[in-house]
Design a protein around this ligand. Structure first.
Ligand code: GMT
Length: 379
């Protein structure tokens, strides 16, 4: 198949999933064209059968807000025609699926066509899409797609609740991991060497948006650190990083909290972690939690959104109410304070992540969805 993929190319779970899906599809012999404004962050510079088409918005004094969505539609139209793509797979309804619809309408003017698949990742539905300025276009984009996927049952239900179920049915296809990459035994214990083997390493990875509740991460850690000598490693960057740094200063623990910023490769760091904290307000799936579990790191987080579909509460981690810092701190101490329990959780986490979310199984689900969407002669 010849497939176009559009995603947000900067740091974030949806870009990671879209890019790794494209890489896996190319591995299977498909031709994959990424169409976006920057090279996706997890895409190496060259891989066979993978092409990158940059969307250039240009600059014109009249445009206070350069119309990226239209530039994207034009690039999609051009790439589909030039490379005879059969389908466009958009990650995020807005603006990507809306641009793809425009591109398809332009193609239809000349008797051509392309199939549209949209994967919903979360905030396009739960936050942005329900804003009155975006609601109608989000609903329209969903309904005009040939196939829709959501990254969790929670997100499927939430999409139906918020937008109705008039469009195509929504298939749930979970996020996935490459078991060879998220393998604890494969990496040297870099962080353990840095912080000392006697200290527990708690870790958080996110884009530090308010939905991640990063102050809670620091507060949970502060309570744990009072009982067990430990360090907190914060990976990523975003609007609430200053708030998290401030919280660490207020609590007097700034010397044991490391903010590492955005990093491309998380697996070598996860391999040294003892506990992953994800106290999000809402999480449609929680790819970072899955990457932690696959690396044998139990997760303490919230029972919000799709996280209970990823973390088996009591088995591979512990989930508590949103904002319940004391409960999450107690759960963390329970896991870290009992070496036998930690080992069992870590073992189950590794197994469960591989059984339910292995890359090859999930990519096959996307592949068969593509095949169902396309007429038989072009698959
Ligand atoms: O978590 C974020 O804020 C980033 C966002 C994104 O656009 O990448 O992540 C969303 O998509 C991921 C991949 O499907 C999911 O694993 C995350 O749970 C989801 N984020 C939220 O729902 C807040």
């Amino acid at each position: 198949m010849k497939i176009g993929i559009t995603c947000y190319p900067t740091y974030g779970g949806s870009g990671a999933v879209a890019t790794e899906l494209g890489i896996a599809l190319a591995d299977r012999g498909h031709e994959v064209h990424f169409i976006t404004y920057r090279q996706p962050f997890r895409l190496p510079s060259f891989l066979p059968r993978i092409f990158f088409h940059e969307v250039d918005v240009g600059r014109y004094p009249l445009f206070e807000f350069p119309p990226y969505d239209l530039a994207l539609a034009v690039r999609m139209h051009e790439v589909v025609r030039t490379h005879q793509l059969q389908l466009l797979h958009c990650h995020y309804a807005i603006p990507h699926a809306a641009s793809a619809w425009v591109a398809r309408e332009m193609l239809r003017e000349t008797g051509e066509d392309v199939h549209l698949i949209t994967t919903l990742h979360g905030t396009d539905i739960t936050i942005v899409g329900q804003d009155p300025s975006f609601y109608p276009i989000t609903k329209f984009s969903i309904e005009k797609s040939d196939r829709i996927t959501a990254v969790s049952e929670y997100l499927r239900e939430e999409t139906c609740r918020a937008f109705g179920c008039d469009g195509p049915g929504i298939d749930v296809i979970y996020n996935f991991i490459d078991p060879d990459v998220y393998n604890r035994d494969k990496y040297p214990p870099l962080l353990k060497n840095e912080f000392g083997r006697s200290k527990h390493i708690l870790m958080h990875v996110s884009n530090f948006r308010s939905v991640k509740r990063v102050r809670d991460v620091v507060r949970i850690y502060a309570e744990v650190n009072r009982e067990l000598p430990s360090v907190l490693v914060m990976i990523g960057d975003g609007p609430d990083r200053p708030a998290a740094e401030e919280e660490a200063r207020i609590l007097g623990i700034e010397n044991s909290v490391s903010f590492l910023g955005k990093l491309d490769q998380i697996a070598p760091l996860l391999a040294a972690a003892d506990l992953f904290l994800l106290p999000s307000q809402s999480e449609s799936f929680g790819l970072s939690a899955l990457e932690a579990l696959a690396s044998g790191v139990p997760v303490v987080g919230t029972n919000a959104g799709g996280l209970p579909e990823v973390v088996r509460d009591g088995e591979t981690g512990i989930l508590c109410g949103v904002g319940d810092v004391p409960a999450m701190a107690a759960a963390s101490l329970d896991i870290l304070g009992d070496r036998k329990r930690w080992s069992e959780m870590s073992r189950l986490a590794t197994i469960d992540a591989r059984e339910r979310f292995a890359r090859e199984d999930v990519v096959s689900q996307y592949e068969s969805l593509y095949r169902q969407s396309l007429p038989a002669q072009i698959t």
